[in-house]
Write a protein that binds this ligand. Structure first.
Ligand code: FAQ
Length: 316
């Protein structure tokens, strides 16, 4: 056997796998910092999906028709499913699910800033589908190629469902824009309130993003925050035009030279405040998640006791 053939059978190192653009799987050796970064990002992402059920969930009892209620119920349930896939992906890295939940409800881990804004009318349901799920898709489609296998694979299904969510939001808005003047004003008002927070979902500008360079070198992130924000703006402008709404940015214009839109900057101090816990709904969101966790204690105890009984029965 030649030396080359022998080497071909030796397991490749983390660096070799990353350099070859191949996936890292749970069994592979990986630097502690890579593992910690993934747990941080995947946990924040999972928490976002779970907390993200609340703003739209607030409208479940007030949906304007049975059809709208059924559509919204299905969407909110999908978000719970996304949270579960993502917690499972974090578990493959050695994270403990109960610890992750404790980190969320005790405020030690973050979730997306976007879910700390209130939903004031039913048009917000449509605008969340269009803009928030739209931003989530822009951010998450490249994550399907993330270097960590279980995360990338979870993202494939999540993105398919998010695309469906975006369509349902847009369809609701198209219906409202074909309605009364009051309905059209509700849509415009919701767009005015959600546009800037949606831009902030992509994170701080690249110049202020401490994690991007390393996460890109490891293939966890495939694009910078600003690249994805630009993609989202370019995607949303023609959709807003087709819908007949105005995006609330006086600096928004087409730049022929770049082949992209120029746009204004969000209030980055607002993002910093919301991330720190001082957004309009941070306290309310966490209090409700904490209450749901406490009220669900009996379910977890019963499930654990049942599993223990099943194990005893197998041993006997
Ligand atoms: N909110 O250095 P970077 C959804 C934090 S899911 C809160 O740029 P990174 C579905 C960041 O964690 C939405 N915190 O960080 C849905 C870091 O803090 P740390 C969630 C933010 O990680 C739709 C610090 O600032 N999606 O919408 C935010 O490289 C409708 C410095 O920032 C994901 O989680 C923010 N907006 O890039 C559900 C996608 N931005 O941990 C229901 C995966 C930044 O160092 C209804 N995550 N921070 O203390 C990512 O792509 C990345 O983690 C970024 C941030 C892009 C969010």
């Amino acid at each position: 056997m030649t030396q080359t053939e022998t080497l071909a059978h030796e397991p490749r190192t983390f660096e070799q796998l990353i350099a070859a653009g191949e996936r890292i799987e749970p069994r592979d050796a990986m630097p502690d910092a890579y593992r910690a970064t993934l747990i941080r990002q995947i946990a924040q992402h999972a928490h976002s999906e779970i907390i993200g059920m609340q703003p739209e969930g607030d409208w479940l009892t007030r949906a304007p028709s049975l059809r709208r209620k059924a559509v919204l119920l299905a969407k909110v349930q999908d978000e719970a499913g996304h949270g579960l896939y993502l917690y499972c992906a974090a578990e493959t890295l050695g994270a403990d699910r109960a610890d992750l939940t404790a980190n969320l409800i005790e405020g030690r881990q973050k979730y997306s800033s976007i879910f700390n804004y209130p939903t004031l009318s039913y048009a917000d349901v449509g605008v969340i589908g269009w803009l928030v799920d739209g931003a989530a898709i822009c951010n998450q489609v490249p994550l399907c190629r993330s270097s960590y296998g279980p995360y990338g694979r979870a993202m494939i299904r999540v993105c398919k469902e998010e695309s469906f969510h975006q369509r349902q939001g847009y369809e609701l808005l198209v219906t409202m824009m074909a309605g009364t003047r009051e309905q059209q004003e509700m849509v415009q008002d919701a767009v005015n309130r959600w546009w800037w927070p949606a831009l902030m979902m992509f994170g701080p500008p690249d110049t202020d993003s401490p994690n991007t360079a390393q996460s890109m070198a490891w293939g966890i992130k495939r694009h910078t925050n600003d690249e994805l924000r630009q993609r989202f703006v370019d995607m949303s402008v023609p959709q807003a035009h087709a819908l007949g709404v105005t995006l609330p940015d006086p600096d928004l214009c087409w730049d022929e030279r770049r082949g992209s839109h120029d746009f204004g900057q969000p209030d980055w101090s607002e993002l910093a405040r919301v991330i720190k816990g001082d957004g309009p709904c941070n306290a309310e969101r966490l209090a409700r998640r904490r209450a749901a966790h406490e009220n669900g204690a009996w379910v977890r105890e019963a499930a654990t006791a049942f599993a223990a009984r099943q194990r005893q029965a197998v041993v006997a």
